[in-house]
Design a protein around this ligand. Structure first.
Ligand code: NAD
Length: 540
């Protein structure tokens, strides 16, 4: 890996500005053209990101101020009407090209995503594949999602009604660090399709990946100021909420509540994709040969730092011993690593803070009587923030990891005696993002799915089938979110429905007003008769 020297040069005359304050992992030649894309007046200080694989400084870049955020949204607002006026085909062509660029230039963004997040390359590739899916889907189905809709009018034939989808204007996309490529574009793609401009605020740790996306959308032919990146933390996110016409937020439930409240004050829409405490049920008839590797991937992909990943295993007692023996063995075999290649199954946690949270959850459960069937240790031998994939048995109800999202490579096991008990256990959470059911009887699994309180239920899969189907809405029940990403629902969230109703008879001098002009009870009698006829004909 190449290294580079940079100087912060901000401490005045006492410090030689030429003296490097840190050895950065990324070359200035890679970082500088990306950093130039940040909407910043250089007045809000800088941020230094970290390479999770080693803890070394990764890159330094300027932050945006609240004024920078306002200016960026104003530029976006000026550019947006011309974009919305372009033929839809031109907008879908940009999305189509973007998907192609991400596939073609995947090695660059795979490196960047790994360097910023510490994830294994196979988890990074999920993002590339997801973005290709999303771009293609919205490029192909977009015209259908945005098509005008005819609706029955007040009076058949005499009233013509059409419903149009109008872009809201500027969509603010606020995202965390765990899927630096996917999360930016899951929301930006439908927003741009619908004719909106987008201003993105990534987590500071994964800013460069968002800037790489800014470069890619430009290469795809998106005009200037329609995709802008602002940088910073909570204050910059809050400033963005204050200026946009819709907020697409992905992050924790705690921050999601604040964002919703702030957007609510302004009466702008907010879609909230929040945390999960997702269960996976292994029914008595499950095919263990596929359930075991499926559960391993569902629990430990992206080191468990995935909103849809599984943190609660619910296993029917008839198969529990056999399933757990095979599951624990497979977890023990997982390879941890730092390579920018496909040799590792599991990567690092993103930061010291994530490591602390995961360690605290495990230590708390062990102190309260749980047992680690495998894992339960910090793997500093691999890298400073690595944590061993961990399976906990006998986790008591008062342990933090029984109810709180761990967001790490930790899963607890609960044995159940029946499917009814499994459904009760799965639903015993304030969160309801994703769930998984493994059963040889798909019809039975579908019936169980109908009883599970989660926005997505994957049958004989952990999370990929629902996540990777961008025509189908994805989001949370209960405290896991509000609104949905993907599919028609995402386009509807980022557009205003506008009804245009035409009184056709008016051009022939016959209108509701001429009916009302008859006076007395005649208009009511005529309308009552018309409504009776419409009811008998079962007109909608
Ligand atoms: P977080 O809520 O702390 O931060 C998310 C983003 O919000 C960051 O960009 C952050 O800077 C910004 N932010 C923080 N405070 C803000 C405020 N007051 N106003 C506006 N913006 C603010 O999230 P995190 O802990 O870094 O990320 C992990 C969480 O994200 C987990 O709970 C995970 O489940 C969730 N997540 C959900 C999905 C989903 O699709 N449902 C996907 C990925 C992650």
């Amino acid at each position: 890996m190449s290294t580079a020297h940079e100087s912060d040069g901000a401490l005045g005359d006492l410090i030689d500005p030429e003296l490097p304050s840190a050895t950065y992992v990324l070359e200035p030649g890679v970082v500088a053209p990306l950093v130039e894309r940040i909407a910043t007046s250089q007045s809000a200080g800088t941020h230094r990101s970290t390479l999770p694989f080693t803890g070394a400084p990764l890159a330094s870049f300027p932050l945006s101020s609240a004024d920078d955020v306002r200016a960026a949204t104003e530029r976006a607002r000026s550019a947006q009407p011309a974009w919305a006026d372009r033929p839809l085909r031109e907008r879908t062509d940009v999305l189509d090209r973007l998907g192609e660029i991400v596939l073609r230039r995947q090695s660059e963004i795979l490196d960047m995503v790994q360097l910023e997040s510490g994830k294994a390359r196979r988890s990074a590739f999920e993002e590339v594949a997801d973005v290709a899916q999303v771009c293609r889907h919205f490029a192909v189905r977009g015209p259908d999602y945005l098509a005008d809709r005819r609706e029955p009018g007040l009076l058949p034939v005499l009233t013509g009604v059409r419903v149009h989808r109008r872009p809201v204007g500027v969509v603010g996309v606020i995202v965390p660090w765990n899927y630096p490529l996917t999360l930016v574009l899951s929301e930006a793609v439908p927003a741009l399709l619908a004719g909106n401009a987008v201003v993105v605020k990534p987590d500071p740790q994964t800013t460069l990946s968002a800037l790489w996306v800014a470069e890619a959308v430009e290469e795809a032919g998106l005009p200037a100021d329609l995709f802008t990146v602002v940088t910073g933390g909570a204050d910059v996110g809050a400033a963005l909420v204050d200026h946009v016409d819709h907020v697409a937020f992905t992050g924790s439930t705690e921050v999601g509540r604040k964002v919703a409240a702030r957007a609510g004050e302004r009466l702008v829409g907010a879609t909230l994709e929040l945390g999960g405490k997702n269960p996976l049920y292994v029914a008595a008839d499950a095919d263990l040969a596929s359930a075991v590797p499926g559960a391993v991937r569902a629990c430990f992909a992206n080191s468990g730092q995935l909103c849809m990943s599984i943190e609660r295993l619910v296993v029917h007692e008839d198969v529990a011993d056999e399933f757990l023996a095979r599951f624990v063995e497979a977890v023990r075999d997982l390879r941890l690593g730092t390579g920018l290649d496909y040799t590792a199954d599991v990567g690092s946690l993103v930061s010291a803070a994530q490591l602390e949270r995961v360690s605290e959850h495990v230590d708390d459960a062990l102190a309260k009587g749980a047992r680690a069937l495998v894992g339960g240790v910090h793997r500093s031998d691999v890298g400073p923030y690595f944590y061993a994939p961990t399976v906990l048995d006998g986790v008591p109800d008062d342990a933090r990891c029984a109810t709180e999202e761990t967001f790490g490579p930790v899963v607890s096991v609960t044995r159940v005696a029946s499917d009814d008990e499994a459904v009760r256990v799965m639903n015993a959470s304030d969160l309801g993002l994703n769930a998984s059911v493994w059963s040889a009887d798909v019809a039975h699994a579908r019936r169980l799915a109908a009883r599970i309180e989660a926005g997505t239920v994957n049958v004989n899969d952990g999370y990929t089938s629902a996540w990777g189907s961008p025509g189908a809405p994805m989001g949370g029940f209960k405290a896991s979110g509000l609104g949905r990403r993907h599919g028609r629902e995402s386009v509807e969230a980022m557009t205003e429905a506008q009804t245009v109703a035409v009184q056709r008879a008016a051009r022939f001098g016959a209108s509701l007003d001429s009916l009302y002009a008859l006076g007395g009870d005649t208009p009511s009698r005529v309308l009552t008769a018309a409504l009776q006829v419409m009811r008998r004909l079962r007109l909608p």
